[in-house]
Each structure stands twice: as C-alpha cells, then as structure tokens.
Design a protein. Structure first.
Length: 364
C-alpha cells in the first residue's frame, strides 16, 4: 500500500470515529467516565499485582475503595453544600441591591456625559452582546445536559460507571496487548513511541491536575469559611474544582467571592482577605503546585487546554469535556511528531533528508 493510500485510510478511519462519537455522545458518558477511572487507577493495580495479588482481586479492592471514598465524601459534603446553596439563593437579592448601589454613580455620570441617542445606541449594543452571550451559554449548557444526564440519570450513571471501570481496570493490560498485536509491524515501533508520549502527557496532566484541584479546593474552601464568607465552602470547592481550566477557577472564584464579600461586609479587611485567598491560591498554583505536581514537560499550553475543553463541550456535551484533554494530548503529540518529520524532510532542508540509517552509514 502506498503512502497516499495509507494516509487516506487513516483519515477515513478518523472521520468514521468522530462521526460515531458524535452520534453516540448522548450515551457514552458513563463509559468514558469508567475508562478515565480505570486509566487513573491502573498504576495502583500494577503495584498491587507486583506485591502478589491477582489482577481481579486488586481490581476489586481498588474499585471498592475508590467508590467508597467518593460516596463517603459526597455524603459528608452534600448536607453542607445543600445548606450553602439555599443560603446563597436567599442572599442573591441583597447582592443585586449592593451592585445596584455601586453602579448607580457610574450610570448617573454616563447619563450626564452622553446624549439620549448615544445612550439608546449603547443599550442596543449591550443588549445584542448580552443576548449573544446568553445564547452561547445556554447552547453550551444544553449540550452538556444533552450529553449526560438527559439520557442517563444520576442513578444509572452510578450503576454503569463502576461496572465499566471494574472490567476495564481488570483487563487493561490484556486490552493494551491486544491492540499492540494489531499494529502494522513495520510502523509498530513508531506507534508505540508516540503512544508512550501520549500516555506521559495525559498521565502528567490528569493525575497531576487532579492533585492540584484537590489542594485548591481544600485551600479555598477552608480559607473562605474561616473568613466567614457567605457560602464560602461552596464557592471555594467550586473554584478549586474548575481549576483544571487554567486561571479560570481563580478568576471566577475571585469575582463571585468579592461580589458576595462586598454585599456582606461593611469593613474592607474581610474583603481584602477574600481577595488575598484567591491571589495566594493562584500564585501557589502557578509557581509551586503545577510545576511540582503536573510538571512543565507535558506539552499542553493553557490556551490549547481552554480551547479543547470549550470545543469538546460544544461538540459532544459533557462527554466531549471528558475527552477534551486526552484528545488535546493526542493532537499535540501527533503535531510535534509531524513537525519533527518535516524538519528532517527535503521539503524543509531543500535536499535529501538525513535519516537515521544514512547517519549510521556515515559514521561507519
């Protein structure tokens, strides 16, 4: 098979995969979540297997412990978060009144400086932008719901995900070996090398970023609760949970936290403390947590991650959000591989490319 036919074959296969993924995105969420859990816990299963446990027994122990801890955390946090959601909902009218009081002098100055025609035009432009933003957000949220809980409710998700995670974790090594046996023999070493790079990138980001989010959830939730911020635990956990999107968690948490603080406190000290908590958290994430827990060699730029998450959510709903980082890692590794081949090709150098075999002959 010629190189052109092989390229067309892989492009056609990718197109079929994307089409099937888009068609089935509504029912894939429990399976993708189970696959993510199995991938996340596979190193633990390998270590237990090395200590003498069978793969099935190690898998059973790990999955049981994982979901026991997850359900235990939810049971402990749900009453607290439920109370904070109710409290925040009751606090919203006061928050709106506070923002109206802060904005009133600015609006009065704006009315004095602008003519009636300019004010009308400004209202039209602002209304147009607001309508576009609301339409985009509602479409994104609708896609997330359509891709997840609209088809599978929470009960079915809790039932299917553990089963998928158990079987995938138990048979993970067998599945990898089976796929390896199907690789084209001539290209198998190159494919294995790129798959190892993809695995390193995904593992470095997902496992490291999960640790970063956990630390930030504890820091924000504890700090805001100590300051006495209304619904501080809810705001802190939410800000830490979305910190896998670079800078977004701290930014949203800072805006919401300061908004609540301005409406709640009359003294500037607690307001400054709320701002300081998020500034310290973001600084620690950028200069301590991410370099130590994630590392700087994963090759995923923050802008690329943000784009991948938004694109995945818009195209495939919540399933797309779960698949966004792996897809971004795969695309990034393949692009770097393609660029390395291009830099060694005659197209870049203008002559014959020096392959590894050619360099080996010259050394001899």
């Amino acid at each position: 098979m010629s190189r052109e036919k092989r390229t067309l074959f892989w492009i056609a296969g990718l197109a079929v995969f994307v089409f099937v993924l888009h068609s089935l995105s509504g029912i894939l969420m429990p399976f993708v979540a189970g696959m993510a859990i199995a991938y996340f816990l596979d190193p633990v299963a390998d270590k237990l297997e090395d200590k003498g446990l069978s793969r099935a027994l190690a898998t059973t122990a790990i999955i049981a412990a994982f979901f026991f801890v997850a359900v235990g955390v939810l049971v402990l946090l749900f009453p607290l978060l439920q109370a904070q959601v109710v409290s925040l909902a009751a606090f919203i009218p006061d928050l709106i009144d506070t923002f109206r009081d802060y904005a009133e002098p600015f609006l009065e100055r704006l009315r004095a400086d602008l003519s009636a025609r300019e004010l009308e035009r400004l209202k039209e432009v602002a209304g147009g932008y607001a309508g576009t933003a609301i339409q985009w957000m509602s479409g994104l949220l609708g896609g997330l719901l359509k891709g997840g809980l609209a088809v599978f409710n929470v009960l079915s998700l809790l039932i299917i995900t553990p089963v998928v995670a158990f079987y995938l974790l138990r048979d993970w090594d067998l599945i990898v070996a089976r796929f390896d046996s199907y690789l084209p023999r001539a290209a198998a070493p190159t494919i294995r090398e790129q798959c190892a790079a993809i695995d390193t990138t995904i593992a470095g980001f997902v496992r490291g970023q999960a640790s970063v989010c956990l630390v930030l959830m504890i820091w924000y939730g504890f700090g805001l609760s100590v300051v006495g911020l209304e619904s501080g635990l809810l705001v802190g956990i939410g800000a830490g949970a979305i910190s896998f999107i670079p800078y977004l968690g701290a930014a949203i948490g800072l805006i919401i936290g300061l908004g609540i603080a301005l409406a709640q406190f009359s003294d500037w000290l607690p307001i400054a403390l709320v701002a300081g908590i998020f500034i310290i958290g973001q600084t620690a994430e950028s200069y301590v947590l991410t370099p130590r827990l994630v590392g700087g060699r994963i090759g995923l730029h923050p802008v690329w991650i943000i784009f991948a998450l938004l694109a995945g959510g818009a195209l495939f709903g919540f399933t797309g959000v779960l698949l966004a980082v792996p897809a971004a890692a795969i695309i990034g590794v393949l692009i770097r591989f393609g660029l390395s081949r291009y830099l060694e090709s005659p197209l870049y150098k203008g002559g014959k490319a020096k392959t590894k075999k050619t360099r080996a002959r010259k050394k001899k």
